[in-house]
Design a protein around this ligand. Structure first.
Ligand SMILES: [Zn+2]
Length: 328
């Protein structure tokens, strides 16, 4: 069977990282922007390793300049998600790319993205919520400005705050001010950890930033005591197996620790991260997990229940999405 129409909840996706290559090429053409080195000869994104991936990612993002571009991007991304059965998604949004962390400019970008999301909801039945995300390798000072943008726009639609970027830069605790600011504004918290950083980066995320979800977190598997802490405290992992395989953390899906983490009682969910960069979709993630671990409809339904319980949305939205999952 194909998993394409199986209803899905996705918690970890970067909006620019989900940009379909054809969409980015089209915008580059309209604006006469040179994207040499971004695509391979077949038109897919190309990169050597994680640091190069971040460079290509930021190069591709250069074509996205105006709020209107971001509105079009949001619609193009949600079309792809809806085609793969996603009924609720959360996306990381970056004021760094949307107006250079200026609050007034950020509000204009946000307005365009929200309008596009409303249109997608009406036309395709997919619900989106935004998580404002600071970029770790831009440093703690810029993260503060990003947090202020998040705090200014916290509400029903911007519901979370997070951090992505190069885990090699600094420590989680260097960003505590930004996370405290976001928490005080009522935002729910997640951060990337335990992807390229080891288990200690996951401990730091929990202790120094007090997040309730972790982006990736899979390298917690290297520290059994930490696995127990994740299970006991019900910290949810936003696991992106295809991303981890392409970036070389694990040689193939069957070697990925998602099944072991789940067996140890950790709350795991499945997402795509930056799907066209990693040649994946939610459908493909399910297919690969079925092939690697024999997971079926009951397993995936459980992962989706965990995901919607951990979603950073209001209770009314959660109830509505849960009903749709149960009906399926
Ligand atoms: Zn990510």
């Amino acid at each position: 069977m194909s998993w394409k129409d199986f209803p899905k909840v996705e918690l970890h996706m970067h909006l620019e990282g989900a940009a379909p290559p054809a969409f980015v090429r089209g915008l580059a053409q309209e604006k006469n922007i040179d994207l040499t080195g971004v695509f391979d000869e077949r038109g897919n994104y190309t990169f050597r390793d994680f640091v190069h991936f971040l460079q290509v990612y930021e190069a591709a993002t250069q074509v996205l300049k105006t709020p209107e571009d971001y509105g079009r991007l949001t619609l193009a991304v949600l079309e792809q998600c809806a085609e793969n059965g996603v009924i609720y998604a959360e996306s990381f949004l970056s004021p760094d790319f949307c107006g250079g962390r200026d609050v007034t400019a950020w509000k204009e970008y946000l307005h365009a993205m929200q309008e596009a999301a409303d249109q997608a909801e009406a036309q395709m039945g997919i619900t989106l919520r935004g998580i404002v995300t600071c970029i770790r390798h831009f440093g703690p000072e810029k993260a503060r400005e990003t947090a202020l943008c998040a705090a200014e726009t916290a509400g029903d639609w911007i519901t979370g705050f997070g951090m992505g970027g190069d885990e090699g830069m600094g420590r989680q605790g260097d960003f505590a001010w930004a996370f405290d600011c976001a928490r005080e504004a009522g935002l729910r918290l997640t951060t990337h950890a335990g992807e390229f950083g080891g288990p200690e980066s996951v401990r730091q995320a929990i202790e120094d930033l007090k997040v309730e979800r972790i982006g990736h977190g899979v390298r917690a598997i290297e520290d059994p005591a930490l696995v127990d802490i994740l299970a006991e405290r019900e910290i949810v992992l936003e696991v992106c197996p295809g991303s981890n395989v392409v970036l070389g953390l694990y040689p193939r899906f069957a070697a990925h620790p998602i099944a072991k983490l789940r067996e140890a009682g950790v709350k795991v969910t499945v997402s795509t991260d930056d799907p066209p960069f990693f040649n994946t979709t939610m459908t493909r993630e399910y297919e690969e997990l079925e092939r690697a671990f024999g997971w079926g409809a009951e397993d995936f339904a459980e992962l989706n229940r965990i995901a919607i319980e951990a979603a950073f949305c209001d209770e009314g939205t959660r109830k509505r999405i849960k009903q749709r999952l149960e009906q399926a």
